[in-house]
Design a protein around this ligand. Structure first.
Ligand code: HEM
Ligand SMILES: N[C@@H](CC(=O)c1ccccc1NC=O)C(=O)O
Length: 277
């Protein structure tokens, strides 16, 4: 027998009618996942901030993937809407640092030891976002060597065309001369700034009327990198406020490592062009 029987349809309707708010949102699972390892009151704040950030990262990835597909299909307005949503999500996770800043060094030190060697370093969604935007370094994958399931997901994301590579393809499609090294580049290698890409973006910014869509796309990318850097800066400063210059649980130097990460850029030419316009 194929298709849905009348009886099955009725069961579906009945279930939908009776479905509750909590069932729809799987609240039983979400709200029973704040498992403190210490009995310290403030560990709840620490867990919730991370879980909220990871949920926003999940939506960010969902929107970024849709934006990339929309650009590839030349549906630029659709992509702008998704990218604008990503920027607004970023505002939320930047603001979340204000809540975490209410955690004092004394409070954190009371449960820090129970975290062992766990660290935000291991956030795989954070890496997926870096990859989706276009920041790819193979050494990051090493962090996940002990977890084959995660590693497989990350490797797939690593191979996938990034937002910046997609934007550069649009420049090429619009008739700009983009060097072969960039167009045929191994997309798993770190992106290195390129003169032809810089020249193309400069023309876009000088003649915004002709290249209105590319200009809007570029500014959406700058919005995202700007906010990502604001997030990194607040992370670094909040960490300094809470643990000073102690080493990180993930094995890095801590705040000094987080300061170095601030130098990493996603869309180098879009920043460089500002000096040259
Ligand atoms: C008391 C709060 C926090 C402290 C003390 C802290 C500290 C650190 C330190 C020291 C590192 C460097 C790696 C290491 O050696 O562990 C790091 C990395 C990281 N943390 Fe946090 N962190 C805090 C909160 C958060 C929150 C709320 C998030 C949000 C998800 C987060 C996400 C990350 C990410 C993604 C990295 C990797 C950054 C990179 O490699 O570019 N952290 N954190
Ligand atoms: N790296 C932090 C620990 C930490 O922040 C952390 C530990 C477990 C789960 C998430 C964390 N958040 C971000 O790095 C520290 O060195 O104190």
């Amino acid at each position: 027998m194929t298709g849905t029987t009348e009886n099955e349809k009725q069961i579906e309707v009945d279930f939908k009618d009776k479905m509750t708010y909590g069932e729809y949102l799987s609240l039983d699972r979400i709200l029973s996942s704040q498992n403190r390892l210490s009995d310290h009151h403030d560990e709840m704040l620490f867990i919730v901030i991370h879980q909220v950030s990871e949920l926003w990262m999940k939506l960010t990835l969902h929107e970024l993937h849709a934006a990339i597909e929309a650009i590839k299909a030349n549906e630029m307005d659709v992509s702008f809407k998704k990218l604008a949503r990503v920027s607004q999500i970023q505002v939320q996770i930047i603001q979340a640092w204000d809540v975490l800043s209410t955690l004092t060094p004394s409070e954190y030190s009371e449960f820090r030891d129970s975290l062992g060697s766990a660290s935000g370093f291991q956030s795989y969604q954070y890496r997926m976002i870096e990859f989706a935007l276009g920041y790819k370094t193979p050494h990051v994958l090493k962090i996940y060597e002990k977890d084959p399931a995660l590693l497989a997901k990350l490797e797939e994301a690593y191979q996938t065309t990034s937002l910046y590579d997609t934007a550069i393809s649009q420049l090429h499609k619009a008739g700009f001369n983009i060097s072969d090294e960039i167009l045929n580049r191994d997309q798993t290698k770190p992106y290195v700034a390129d003169q032809t890409v810089l020249e193309a973006w400069k023309v876009v910014y000088r003649d915004t009327e002709t290249y209105w869509e590319l200009y809007q796309l570029a500014e959406k990318l700058v919005d995202i990198e700007d906010r990502l850097q604001q997030w990194r800066f607040r992370h670094m400063k909040t960490v300094e406020r809470i643990i000073g210059f102690k080493m990180g649980t993930g094995g890095s130097s801590g705040v000094n490592y987080l300061k170095k990460v601030l130098d990493q850029t996603f869309f180098p030419e879009l920043w460089q062009l500002r000096t040259e316009l």
